[in-house]
Design a binder for this molecule. Structure first.
Ligand SMILES: *Cc1c(COP(=O)(O)O)cnc(C)c1O
Length: 378
């Protein structure tokens, strides 16, 4: 027997009630029953995303939502600012290019958030920019971006603000309407306690205005068609019936716990993880750490991949490694979605035991003590 603890930034753990919902009998989708699941999932998602805008549900992984936010918005030759600073920021650049747009790439040091004033300066110098593409939680570096500040700047321009909130939404506060996020993209398998396979986009009136003007190269991800059907709690094509039924269940759990309570649970788990890492004598990679995931920088001579393998094989704890140039240099511990205090205690215990096996010099139990102090005190 090997008990498994999933602490990766997607997929993340799925509660039993949600897994059981996936096993229920198949129903047809053009029915009142199915529409009631879509209606309740959509209403719940609006609460999580803090929006009155349209929320559209698509059968895709998170990148499908990102693709829809480019293919419906950007016409050939259109210019858009893409904020990089990690793997997922780079995906915005690649998508804009894939649909014939011209990205104005804003490079940001990995592990730091962008300077909103710099985005303002680029917008001022390039008034033809159609959209700004940013990321709420850059999962590859476990870093948050100041979407509120970026939103204030973009709101005064013709451009729309598109945010990849795929790993952030549900773990990190996102106030879609208040902060002026015109399109928010989210995936099911990060903080929303669901398996991979669904993608969500919210669309503001300003964004619909831009979409109306765009020469759209979209068919399956045509947002206008999706909006027309969503008005009847329907989808243009066969929806992922079981997934949407499970989504209604998962988001009911979030709403029942309370969106603010869910956010403070994530914040506490994140603080407990960071306290443990520092007490052990390791370094947090990000200068603006996100509450969804923590990237831990390995000191010289400590191989992140070996550490990860030990945590997994010996103790059943899965954490993620680094991407691109961070491979082998960081491990990423996710604390998103269906996670509680003792899940983090288990992860920290496995981290300590694996470090001890690798001969790393630290005081055994120091991470656990620091982690528990946060969980008890704050
Ligand atoms: C996971 C993730 C994605 C990619 O989502 P897929 O579901 O793999 O398509 C995009 N952006 C961020 C920030 C993510 O964390």
């Amino acid at each position: 027997m090997r008990k498994h603890y999933l602490a990766t930034p997607g997929p993340s753990p799925v509660p039993e009630q949600v897994r059981l919902a996936l096993a229920e009998e198949m129903i047809h989708h053009r029915t009142a029953d199915f529409r009631s699941y879509t209606a309740s999932a959509t209403a719940n998602l609006k609460k999580v995303f803090k929006t009155e805008n349209d929320v559209l549900i698509m059968a895709a992984s998170g990148t499908g939502a990102m693709e829809a936010a480019v293919s419906n918005v950007i016409s050939r030759g259109d210019r858009a600012i893409t904020v990089e600073g990690g793997k997922f920021g780079e995906r915005w650049t690649e998508l804009v290019m894939a649909f014939g747009g011209e990205p104005l790439v804003m490079e940001v040091e990995w592990g730091r958030g962008p300077d909103p004033a710099e985005i303002g300066a680029i917008l001022k110098a390039n008034p033809d920019v159609k959209a700004v593409y940013a990321t709420l939680c850059e999962t590859s570096t476990a870093t948050v971006q100041d979407i509120e500040a970026i939103g204030k700047i973009v709101a005064h321009t013709e451009a729309i603000l598109v945010v990849d909130g795929i790993s952030g939404a549900g773990a990190v506060d996102i106030r879609t309407d208040e902060w002026g996020v015109d399109i928010l993209c989210v995936g099911s398998q990060k903080a929303l306690m669901m398996p991979p396979g669904l993608a969500f986009v919210t669309v503001s009136d300003k964004a619909w205005g831009r979409i109306d003007k765009a020469d759209r190269a979209a068919y399956y991800f045509d947002l206008k068609k999706a909006r027309k059907n969503a008005a009847k709690n329907d989808t243009p094509y066969t929806p992922a019936v079981s997934m949407i039924r499970a989504l209604a269940r998962a988001t009911d759990m979030i709403v029942k716990e309370g969106v603010e309570e869910v956010l403070s649970r994530h914040s506490k788990l994140a603080r407990a993880t960071r306290a443990a890492v520092e007490a052990i004598g390791l370094e947090i990679f990000s200068k603006a750490p996100a509450d969804a995931v923590t990237a831990v920088l390995m000191p010289e001579g400590l191989d992140a991949e070996k550490l990860r393998k030990l945590m997994d094989e010996r103790f059943g704890v899965s954490v993620a490694g680094g991407q691109a140039h961070l491979k082998g240099r960081v491990i990423r511990i996710a604390h998103m979605g269906y996670m509680g205090a003792l899940d983090i205690v288990a992860v920290v215990a496995a981290l300590e035991m694996a470090l001890a096996l690798m001969g790393f010099d630290f005081k055994a139990g120091s991470g656990l003590a620091a982690c528990q102090k946060v969980l008890v005190d704050e």
